[in-house]
Design a protein around this ligand. Sequence first.
Ligand code: PLP
Length: 290
Amino acid sequence: MSRVSYVNGRYYPHSRVSVHVEDRGYQFADGVYEVILIKNRYLVDEEPHLDRLNRSLQSLEIAWPMKQASLKQVIKEIINKNKLKDGIVYIQITRGVAKRDHGFPKKSKPTLVITARPLSVPNLNTNNKGAKVITIPDIRWRRCDIKSVSLLPNVLGKQAARDQGAQEAWQFDEEGLVTEGTSTNAWMLDTDNNLITRYLDEAILSGVTRLTIMDIARKEGIKLVERPFTVDEAKKSKEAFFTSSTSFLTPVVQIDDVIIGNGAPGLLTTKLLASYLRYLDSPKSNILIN
Ligand code: PLP
């Protein structure tokens, strides 16, 4: 099946679609994006994703390219055109095309790009061996709460992880506190069974999966603490994991050279993953694509 992508009001064969060379997303990373998981033709947590998109756009004073209701229609259409059952939708909005000049152009129309592709989602029977993460200094800007397409430190961090046989890099600030992964939020379980994840501030992205897992954890009576934790604490943790729309909930079994727990996904992590996978299978709070 050949892929279909959407740019500024039209659908194109993916292999032939492009944007203008003077698009500000291309020249200045002057844009924002969202990634939404599709499971069984349901858009998972569509509303919180669109809310976050709205916050990102507002922070950068980029106008909505169309009404939210129309955007939802285009998202459905792109999923249908790509005949997706399980996959992801990528939405990118930039400030648009203008003569290269750093300040905002007086007149520009935001560029809207929507792509979609298949992604297989694990199920309860998937054998999960867990992941290794490395730790790296956080060299990003100070507005990581904005889901900006300016991702170079994240790109370098992810590559450093891959070069060391790891799946993710956890970034830490000047005080040695873990901020987040390069494309995921970070979690640990301490020896008193407190499930810990950093509180929201401008140092991290408010992950939609993070919010869903927090909700699940509360409903399951797990002691949840929102606070930063150090790399040292994480290395001494009973269990650890990271979350995102595309990595779901991934158990961490090694941080740098330190094995976490007994080197296999922890009990609570496994339980939360199962609950999250059940959540993905329940139509609750998700939108069915007709
Ligand atoms: N943190 C960063 C830096 C990310 O890029 C992402 C996702 O791309 C996340 C966290 C997780 O966000 P979500 O759960 O909404 O996918």
